[in-house]
Design a protein around this ligand. Structure first.
Ligand SMILES: [Zn+2]
Length: 246
């Protein structure tokens, strides 16, 4: 086995690629093997490969591993845009999926009464209905946070909190009678029924259209970001006391 020749100091996630590149140039030659045993960002691997070195990266987190792997196979932005368009144009009931999902966020402009799609709703912790809605009306220009009205609550009744989407997600997270199922169920409580329904539809459609492709891996990463933003742990903009759900 070849001995380890040099260590790069602790590579924090935001280590400058130029610092990593300087170490690689100083201590290795083309085709040398560079090992990142605690790979928390793709910087070391991508910089090494760009410099003509080989690289091995290890991380226990499948998310970090996926992120690093995808950093090595960049996909043109237009391909990702095309994939997103294909998902949004795919049919759901009698309309495109995008329209079906956006309609779940409809509200009425408080100024002119026109239907608008909300940017987000604000939920106070412990309450099972939203308290405020943020929107921008294209017709009259009214914009900002407004108190929710009864119609905003009625829209939520289109979604059964324990509908097919709920059991589908729970079954995929943990099988029946598994101890982890209890934890998975608690995890799902981080999402309002509307957020969970939307995420379920996007995940399913991405799998349906792109499973097994690199594009699907990119979409999975994008959906992970959506999971973060859609969680009740995500605070409303400028407010740490309220929880927001998109
Ligand atoms: Zn308006």
């Amino acid at each position: 086995m070849t001995s380890v020749e040099h260590f790069v100091p602790d590579a924090e996630a935001d280590t400058s690629p130029r610092v990593v590149a300087a170490y690689i140039e100083a201590y290795t030659d083309v085709n040398d093997l560079i090992v990142d045993p605690f790979c928390r960002s793709p910087i070391c691997v991508t910089t090494a490969v760009a410099a003509g070195r080989r690289a091995v990266a290890v991380n226990f987190s499948p998310l970090d591993a996926l992120r690093t792997r995808l950093a090595l196979v960049p996909v043109p932005t237009r391909d990702l845009d095309a994939a997103a368009t294909r998902i949004s144009d795919s049919p759901k009931f009698d309309m495109p999926l995008r329209r079906h999902l956006l309609r779940l966020y409809r509200t009425a402009c408080r100024s002119c009464g026109n239907e608008v799609i909300a940017d987000y709703f604000v939920w106070e912790r412990g309450r099972d209905v939203p308290s405020q809605v943020s929107y921008r009306c294209a017709a009259c220009g009214d914009a900002g946070l407004r108190d929710c009205v009864e119609a905003d609550v009625q829209v939520l009744k289109d979604i059964d909190p324990r509908g097919l989407h709920y059991w589908y997600v729970l079954d995929r997270a943990a099988r029946q009678d598994d101890e982890p199922r209890r934890f998975a169920a608690e995890l799902l409580e981080l999402y309002t029924p509307r957020s969970l329904y939307v995420l379920y539809n996007l995940v399913l459609k991405a799998e349906d259209l792109f499973a097994g492709s690199t594009i699907h891996d990119f979409l999975r990463l994008a959906l992970l970001r959506c999971l973060e933003l859609g969680s009740v742990l995500n605070p409303a903009p400028g407010d740490t006391e309220l929880a927001e759900t998109a």
